[in-house]
Design a protein around this ligand. Structure first.
Ligand code: SF4
Length: 391
């Protein structure tokens, strides 16, 4: 998937994007912990969103950094809450990207949805236009925890949403769950894992709660009304999920992701493989090696920029050799494919053996792969490995 390749039609070659991310910034309410690029309004601004994306694509065609592939391999619509944009959102998006680019039999087209806005009408119309994977923000099946987070759906919401997806032929459903919630809420992580396993979806993602300074939760923690994240509980819950989901037949194929065989997210795999990708919409990131760039964070600033035919790019970085190497190690270590077995006797080999002795990694064939214990220390281990290579 996502083969790095270049167009040879122009004097300066542009990177061909086989994987495209589109940001849908609208949410009906902001969750207490959320620091994503979100605009709170009761309904998504579908016309404004489509107009913004159309203007951005026109700008991209002029600048010659990217060219959209004739056939996309993956399209991921994330947010925010894409389902807040309603049933017509995906057909309008297809009109902007070009329906002819979305006809490959192998296209993985994912759209994120929240249970309260993923009606059967939304499911049917999205399916009809080609969406074949839904990523559902369930987070928990505990009513008190949903209220604490500020979520708008109830405990039964994800169950109905999955029925709606399956009812119109979308079997490929992923569920997001959050762990590490404060103990005082009384949420049982064990119960949530049992419930998600019972739903028998082919893909599950788990994310640990983080307290970001600019969020409502960040403020509550600063003022002592909420506790900071309990590291022990975080660790215990991550390991409990790894064990329970693996025992139920899911493959823990990346730090946060579990899949039945054949249902791994191909879009995210493109990111982890270091393939190029194009991001559209406010706050979206794009990668045309060695250039990484990202768009203006706020929807209002993004819309004003593209509306005036100005690039919405906020900034970019060019990865030098050492940054690229560290990133490669970090990306490799986060997946079940791990890093190639180092040459025997080298400092990297000694380090890998030390990880294995400490239960942080294992040899799988000719690869060194982190265990769930190792994944809890991913950032540190990637830096250690890269530093050891420097002698
Ligand atoms: S639904 Fe997701 S994007 Fe929207 S506010 Fe909640 S966490 Fe943020």
């Amino acid at each position: 998937m996502g083969k790095p390749s270049v167009s040879v039609c122009s004097a300066v070659s542009a990177t061909e994007a086989f994987s495209v991310y589109v940001h849908a910034p609208f949410c009906a309410r902001r969750c207490v912990y959320c620091d994503f690029a979100v605009t709170v309004q009761s309904e998504g601004d579908l016309d404004g969103w489509v107009q913004g994306l159309r203007s951005e694509i026109a700008l991209i065609e002029q600048e010659n950094l990217f060219v959209l592939a004739d056939q996309l391999e993956t399209l991921y619509v994330g947010g925010g809450t894409p389902s807040l944009l309603g049933p017509k959102a995906m057909s309008k998006l297809a009109g902007v990207i070009g329906s002819q680019r979305l006809t490959s039999q192998d296209l993985e087209w994912t759209a994120e949805a929240n249970p309260e806005s993923f009606s059967s009408e939304v499911a049917e119309e999205w399916r009809a236009v080609g969406v074949n994977r839904i990523s559902l923000g369930a987070q928990t099946f505990d009513a008190a925890a949903l209220r604490w987070m500020g979520r708008l759906h109830g405990v039964e919401g994800p169950i109905k949403a999955i029925e709606g997806a399956r009812g119109c032929g979308i079997e490929n459903v992923s569920i997001d769950l959050i762990f590490g919630l404060p103990i005082h809420i009384g949420r049982s992580w064990e119960d949530d894992l049992r419930r998600v396993i019972d739903l028998d979806v082919p893909h599950i993602s788990i994310y640990g709660l983080t307290v970001e300074p600019g969020t409502h939760l960040g403020q509550e923690v600063r003022q002592g009304r909420e506790p900071a994240v309990d590291e022990d509980q975080y660790r215990k819950e991550f390991l409990m999920a790894a064990e329970a989901l693996t025992a139920s037949g899911y493959r823990h194929y990346e730090v946060s992701n579990f899949a039945r065989p054949g249902f791994e997210s191909r879009h995210n795999t493109a990111y982890w493989s270091g393939n190029p990708y194009l991001g559209l919409g406010n706050s979206a990131h794009s990668f045309a090696p060695p250039v990484r760039r990202w768009n203006l964070h706020s929807w209002e600033h993004y819309r004003a920029a593209v509306g005036a035919s100005k690039s919405p790019e906020a900034d970019r970085e060019i990865l030098d050799e050492s940054a690229s190497r560290l990133e490669r190690v970090w990306l490799d270590l986060r997946t079940i494919d791990g890093i190639p077995r180092p040459v025997e006797g080298t400092p990297q080999d000694r380090l890998a053996r030390d990880w294995i002795e400490r239960g942080l990694a294992a040899w799988i064939g000719d690869r060194c792969v982190l265990t769930p214990e190792g994944w809890l220390m991913l950032d540190q281990l990637a830096v250690e490995y890269e530093t050891s290579a420097l002698g």
